[in-house]
Design a protein around this ligand. Sequence first.
Ligand code: GLC
Length: 732
Amino acid sequence: MVAALTLQEKVALVTGQGMAFPGLPEDMQAPAVGSIENKVEGAAGATVAVPRLGIPSLVLADGPAGVRISPTRKDAPGRSFHATGFPIGTALASSWDRSLVQQVGAAIGDEAAAYGIDVMLTPAQNIHRYPLGGRNYEYYAEDPVVSGQIAAALVKGLQERGVGASMKHYAVNNHEWNRSTINVKVDERALREIYLKGFEITAREGQPWTVMSSYNKLNGPYTSESHWLLTDVLRAQWGYQGVVMTDWFGGHDAVAQMQAGNELLMPGTGKQRKAIVAAVEGGELDPAILDRNVTRVLELVLRSRAFKQLPHSDQPDLKASAVLSRTAGAQGMVLLKNEGGALPLPAAARLALLGHGSYEMIAGGTGSGDVNKAYIVGLPQGLGKAGFSNADGLEARYARYISQQKAKLPKTEWYLPQQRIPELELAPAQLQRLAAEQDVAVVTIGRGSGEFVDRSTEGDFSLTAGERQLLQQTADAFHARGKKLVVVLNIGGVIETASWGALADAILLAWQPGQEAGDAIADVLSGAVNPSGKLTDTFALQLSDYPASKGFPGKELLGPDPDAPSPFGIRTAREAEVSYDDGIWVGYRHFDTHKVAVAYPFGFGLSYTTFDYDGLTVDASSEGRVRASVRITNTGPTAGREVAQVYVSAPHGALQKPAQELRAFGKTDLLQPGQSQVLQFEIDARDLASFDSSRGRWVADPGSYSLRVGASSRDIRVQQAFEKEQESEYAP
Ligand code: GLC
């Protein structure tokens, strides 16, 4: 088939159909061949068809929380094309439940297939290096094992439905500021152990059909132009077989991208096509390289639903997906605090539902990770269905306030996080009355976040003065009457909690739990679902405790760079650089090793019951792997699930190492009181190694290792040492 293609057709196959929207510079617009609109309106992009050879175009759509396409179509007036808004990536990861995440992947795959989509642009799995990263909500964790294994589960779910995944953004796209031009400088050890390790796990275990290279540069070249990253590491070392595509308008030099092993340039521009044709004709680009890339794209086409001409109904089973979204939302919630039996709420409790966040659920983040949902279940509705009542007039009062305040806000583009309105100030007398008449106060703190912009400190990472005042006054009024205050965090990333946490009797971290938000939160508050989520990030006492805070987000080098691609013009794309001087000291690796006090540690999460760990076995006899098992028993009053984490502490050789590193994890089934389950773990011996940049190898030192199983990184329940007689080293 490659031999039958003309040069023009080959070049079209390695560049997408293009995108045309007002304001996009002429040379950035590709002659949209068989425009996307004819296939799936609102999809992110499509590849080019070559009908004479039976090559269909493939449709690519976002994103990590569900299918993002237009909810209406010009050619189908009166019909709607909604998709399910699933919980955000961080919430899915916080479930620590691979099989659940695989089910979510399969459900997204079903919806994508129903809408005629061939590749979903998910999972998004960059490391949560710093809480202010704007897209952390789409990503999973501060740790590469959680990140890589959760992403692999999503990939498996999607692809078992015949829909391709796209592991993104490969690599080190950990924040949004100047993302399309910034040069990220990382030493090779930190790169291998922290920023690439998750992608390596997903590539090996998930085998995603595609990978999306990131916008930024890595140690000089754009990742999409880096032969080292895309060919030496991804293909030669990890054995990756699929297609690498650029992020939209990512990178700069189409010929360099072709040579590096970035086979597909999305969304595709006329400028790129001209450059590639000229390079082949001018002898700068070896035609064999182009043919190699075309071959890889065609291999993707051959496995696609489009090539198999599978029909699609445009009517996915949104009801089934909604049930799963609600389950996943509840499973990802983390109970951070629960004193005096505040939760679960007493049946039919009369609530004072406070905070404008209680009346405006945030189901997910904005930008390409958003989903055009049919609805979002509100918290008053969810709590009402669960048998709770709200104080008379409160909902109407907040509704009026919210609409008044929103009317004053400046118009924000749909793809950017909406500005927050100030918190409604309640008169002390009203709070007193509420405390007299209602049983429990519930305050929701909401935070949006999204693509294109990073988060801010004031009023985002930290509470606003209004929020702080509301918590203080509500706590005073209700505690004066021996009643409880429950705080719900409807947020997309880590916030500051230490300065106000004492005011709350209970804190439920709900994340942005998808479209069924109100029901999912009510499920946990009512006790219908026993919370089992655990943190995949450290909640530090303050931002400056994160090592990354020193250089974040980097520095701009020159003034505006006329050549820097900034196609949307909505983000500054100036030459900039950031140096990840914190190296491997990211998250708990830093906090635990350097014994820094934190608000809530990595892996932390409470339950309405308690669990006992015993019967640890460790078998390190076989050269290739370490096997462990532990028995988990529900020793409390109600059924629940437990996430057990396996950390390994390695002896120091030439390299300084973190106090411990997560090497495996597992989640029990729902255990009834008194019931036990034995969880088994396997750790590849290679995963005991650290990367020694001076030797260019992974090295596992000889000596005494400690395998620890814990309920969190700082709640180790059982541990056992094992010896390693001699050093092992492994090629990268
Ligand atoms: C966006 C995002 C990427 C998304 C793509 C298509 O800019 O960076 O995650 O998949 O473009 O929308």
